[in-house]
Design a protein around this ligand. Structure first.
Ligand code: 13P
Length: 250
């Protein structure tokens, strides 16, 4: 039985004071979270602060990205071993905002995934189609291409030590959630594509849904057989909303 994972992607939000209030609000409600693993992914400069705030709790720390390079002359980049050293457990890679705003290709995403794993981080690989891709019926083709780029590089066995997040781009920050049926269909497709190479890996793989998940739609999404939790943007910035999503798995 796969465990539900709820991960908050804070994106470009936060401040020392704001993070402290948010994390203390989350921790205050964690005793009510019975069935979910929980993680938060703050911006890079706040990782040590949030690590210290989370210390002694079950909430894990993640980064929102990592460089595909381990070290060297790459101004502005942050390497996976640095993130591991600072206390990260997870690293989000291939978020649609990285792909669309910063030109990150499937190949770069795959290299980042590989670098994260090499450093001992668990990558959370984001995949998902644009609105026009959904409308022209190429959702599965797009998701397969994004997934295959990674599997072809790291090999199927490495997928066992990762998390996948299906985030339809048209549902991110728009208030438009994919229906539980729409999401389930793509999650099932992702799992079956992995299963075609390794049934055991597919069975154990956590596949999260992301895109306008809120406390009032989380339970219905998480009830679907191939939806194993959520990657939460906007609602992860409010402790009550984030906890409402975490307890939806109870
Ligand atoms: P929202 O929950 O704000 O739609 O963002 C989803 C997301 O991009 C998480 O990575």
């Amino acid at each position: 039985m796969r465990k539900i994972l709820v991960a908050g992607n804070w994106k470009l939000n936060g401040s020392l004071a704001g993070n402290e209030a948010l994390v203390s609000g989350i921790l205050a409600g964690m005793s009510n979270v019975q069935n979910a693993d929980v993680a938060v992914c703050p911006p890079y400069p706040y990782l040590p602060q949030v690590r210290d705030l989370l210390s002694g709790s079950a909430v894990k720390l993640g980064s929102q990205d990592n460089s595909e390079h381990e070290q060297g002359a790459y101004t502005g980049e942050v390497a996976a071993p640095m993130l591991k050293e600072i206390g990260c457990h997870y690293a989000i890679v291939g978020h649609s905002e990285r792909r669309s705003l910063y030109g990150e290709t499937d190949a770069i995403t795959a290299s980042k995934f590989e670098a994260a794993q090499k450093a001992g981080l668990v990558p959370i690989l984001c995949v998902g189609e644009l609105l026009e891709e959904r409308e022209n019926g190429t959702t599965e083709e797009v998701v397969a291409r994004q997934l295959d780029a990674v599997v072809d590089l790291v090999g199927i066995a490495a997928m066992a030590n990762s998390v996948i997040a299906y985030e339809p781009v048209w549902a991110i920050g728009t208030g438009k959630t994919a229906s539980p049926e729409q999401a389930q269909a793509v999650h099932e497709f992702i799992r079956s594509r992995i299963a075609a190479q390794d049934a055991g890996v597919a069975e154990g793989l956590q596949i999260l849904y992301g895109g306008s998940v809120k406390p009032d739609n989380a339970a219905e999404l998480f009830a679907k057989p191939d939806i194993d939790g959520g990657l939460i943007g906007g609602a992860s910035l409010n402790a009550e909303d984030f906890l409402g999503i975490c307890t939806a798995a109870n």
